[in-house]
Design a protein around this ligand. Structure first.
Ligand code: G3P
Ligand code: CA
Length: 288
């Protein structure tokens, strides 16, 4: 992933080094364009978290995609954002008696029957909720790179190990693929667990932790991935002044930026990546 630009923040880092116990001094490399990550696939243009959405990102020329993984009643991993199937599938029509339509209350076979595309538009009628295996094979076929979010892990005990097992089975834990993979979660415990289970895997904590807590996060997480509404230039600089578990500067991806003005603003902060439903808009605004 890109190396951040810290030239403008060298003075700040000097001050931060006095304040932050695990702060490492880093040279100031040249500025670089932030990575553009297609959020839930290119989700402004195709139904989120479907194979069509990662294909759309690929067709638009984006290799990094972000998607969410959860678990079915019978223990299969599937790609879906919400804890329920209601918003992005026709589950209420097919299974009207099954409210509140939690992912965890449906088997993989039941979920495979759902239409996950029509809600977005007729062109996508019949798109399915992919299993993690189906999804990994499509991302592999497209030669794409993946920020995989373990979503709602409190609902799915052991999902960290199970996710890693599938990734290993699909060949994504070897050296070539490790460069193409980040596992992230809003749960710091989940990220800590992933790091403990597979220290070589790059990880990210979602959220905007207090600055005082960042050195602890940096012991198990390579990235702090924050909402663009919560960050500042100094927060980005503070992150970059720390060293992550792989001996490299801590990174920050920010989400979900869908307009040019905010894309330019966070790019000027020096973020490492921008997660967006509209990767074309962000690319146009930020890539020199
Ligand atoms: O990758 C960041 C973003 O996906 C986190 O929020 O709710 O879209 O999963 P959410
Ligand atoms: Ca997500």
């Amino acid at each position: 992933m890109r190396v951040r630009a810290v030239a403008a923040t060298t003075a700040f880092m000097g001050a931060a080094a006095l304040l932050l116990p695990n702060t490492a001094a880093h040279a100031a490399p040249a500025a670089d364009n932030p990575l553009v990550v297609a959020h839930r696939g290119a989700s402004a243009y195709a139904p989120e978290n479907t194979l069509a959405a990662v294909d759309r990102a690929d067709e638009m020329g984006f290799d990094w995609v972000e998607n969410d993984v959860q678990r079915t009643k019978d223990g299969r991993l599937v790609i879906l954002h919400d804890a329920t199937l209601a918003r992005t599938t026709d589950v209420e029509e097919l299974y009207p008696e099954r409210a509140p339509w939690n992912v965890a209350d449906f088997t993989a076979a039941e979920i495979a029957r759902l239409d996950a595309g029509s809600w977005f538009g007729g062109d996508y009628a019949g798109a399915r909720v992919p299993t993690l295996e189906q999804y990994m094979r499509r991302v592999s076929r497209n030669h794409q790179k993946l920020v995989l979010e373990i979503k709602n892990p409190q609902l799915y005990p052991g999902i960290e190990q199970q996710t890693l097992k599938v990734l290993g089975n699909e060949g994504w834990l070897g050296p070539a693929h490790l460069r193409k993979l980040v596992i992230q979660s809003f749960s710091a415990d989940t990220v800590r667990r992933v790091h403990a289970l597979r220290p070589a895997v790059k990880t990210g904590v979602l959220g905007t932790p207090d600055i005082a807590d960042l050195p602890e996060y940096a012991t198990f997480s390579d990235q702090i991935n924050s909402s663009y509404t919560t960050i500042s230039e100094s927060y980005v600089a503070t992150i970059h002044a720390l060293e992550g578990p792989h001996g490299k500067p801590l990174e920050i991806l920010t989400w979900t930026v869908n307009d040019a003005d905010n894309a330019r603003r966070v790019a000027a902060y020096g973020v490492d990546g921008i997660i967006t439903n509209k990767p074309d808009v962000v690319r146009e605004a930020t890539q020199n």
